[in-house]
Design a protein around this ligand. Structure first.
Ligand code: PLP
Length: 380
């Protein structure tokens, strides 16, 4: 079996498990406790925060641990929008993850916000001029994802953030899928807030982090004991934070060479699939894309059926974003990119981590061709 659904989640890496293990067992303390067991946990949490801050190029006080990418996105969108008295207008894109889209929808429904959704081209890119045109005096936040979870398109975030900053508007980016592949230095990206999630890079599910630039007011979403400098109440997931820090260190160490190798493997895979399946089309941008994602539409088939057939051939993939799995709707991302509903339903996404080899990926292409042929011949 080859697992090509790394964008949905990844296995916990051994080094990460070893790093977190002590904080699940002997050093199990609550960081708020005033005794040696608690102090040890508090030290581990502080060290983890420093590591995550080093990964993101920010100060440790600017890092808030969350339960994952969804909570980081919720805290960024609701927290900045409600904490900033500037106005009630938000700018985002129609291809964001549901965690962003639903948070924006919440502000629209319950807090009187207006939302502008920027147009996206067929390759998934947002045009800087469209962002400039969408900004208003009452715009309180811009949120554009660094890399898309379905088609893998990577946005020109530094350029977009600069446009928002020229109007003194805070800029958030969801970097959940970019983590491990792209440089997440918030100074170089020029962003004011950035979300990451542990389980995409070899940490367990249920831990993530949000960076928010020092002086930006942030209204908490979770109220309670005032942990995380009042930004996110709840007893801290110390072992999870340690795991995220360990995974971040591992991801940083080999990032550029891993990305280079995976990009070559990806391009070989894309060529092999396009050669083997005559009607297949790669979705997303041809070059400004994640090294670890290749998503195709196979007109005349059904993505869900191809996915099941592929699994019979030993290939595990996804028919869209896992977070929307179970839903019968066509992908909102592909619809926003202009794919007709019937073509959007034929999408299959393949995604992998740094350990995949070019040879492994190329070997998958004949199975893809066979699965597509079988499903097409059944007329579904
Ligand atoms: N944002 C993006 C782009 C994602 O791909 C995901 C998960 O797939 C999330 C946010 C949500 O992250 P989590 O699963 O940690 O809640």
């Amino acid at each position: 079996m080859i697992y090509l659904d790394a964008a949905a989640t990844s296995a916990v890496r051994r080094e990460v498990l070893e790093a977190m293990w002590p904080y699940l067992t002997g050093d199990f303390g609550n960081p708020s406790s005033h005794h040696t067991v608690g102090e040890s946990a508090a030290r581990a949490l502080a060290d983890a925060r420093a590591s995550v801050a080093a990964w993101l190029g920010c100060r440790p006080t600017e890092v808030t641990f969350t339960s994952g990418g969804t909570e980081a996105d919720n805290l960024a969108i609701k927290g900045i929008a409600l904490g900033n008295p500037r106005g009630r207008h938000i700018v985002t894109t129609p291809i964001e993850h549901e965690a962003v889209l639903e948070s924006v929808d919440y502000l629209v429904r319950l807090h009187g916000f207006e939302a502008t959704f920027l147009p996206v081209a067929a390759d998934g890119l947002v045009a800087p001029a469209d962002l400039a045109a969408a900004l208003r005096d009452d715009t309180t936040l811009v949120s554009v994802m660094l890399a898309n979870n379905e088609v893998g398109t990577v946005q020109p975030i530094a350029e977009l953030a600069a446009i928002a900053h020229a109007r003194r508007i805070p800029f958030h980016t969801d970097a959940v899928q970019a983590a491990g592949w792209l440089d997440l230095d918030v100074q170089r990206l020029g962003v004011d807030a950035l979300s990451v999630s542990g389980h995409k890079i070899g940490a367990p599910k249920g831990i993530g982090a949000l960076y928010v630039r020092g002086r930006i007011p942030l209204e908490p979403v979770l109220h309670g004991g005032g942990q995380e400098r009042g930004r996110r109440s709840g007893t801290e997931n110390v072992a999870g934070a340690v795991a995220l820090a360990a995974a971040a260190r591992l991801a940083t160490a080999g990032r550029e060479s891993n990305a280079q190798r995976a990009t070559e493997a990806r391009d070989g895979f894309v060529s092999a699939v396009l050669a083997a399946v005559p009607d297949a089309r790669l979705t997303g941008h041809p070059t400004s894309r994640l090294p670890g994602t290749a998503s195709f539409v196979f007109p005349g088939t059904n993505g869900e059926a191809v996915l099941l057939e592929l699994e019979r051939h030993g290939v595990v993939s996804s028919s869209g974003s896992a977070c929307a799995a179970g839903s019968e709707d066509a992908s909102h991302v592909l619809l926003a990119l202009g794919y007709p509903d019937d073509v959007a339903r034929t999408a299959v996404r393949f995604s992998w981590g740094a350990d995949v080899t070019a040879g492994q990926l190329v070997e998958v292409a004949p199975a893809v061709a066979e699965a597509v042929r079988e499903i097409a011949s059944l007329g579904r």
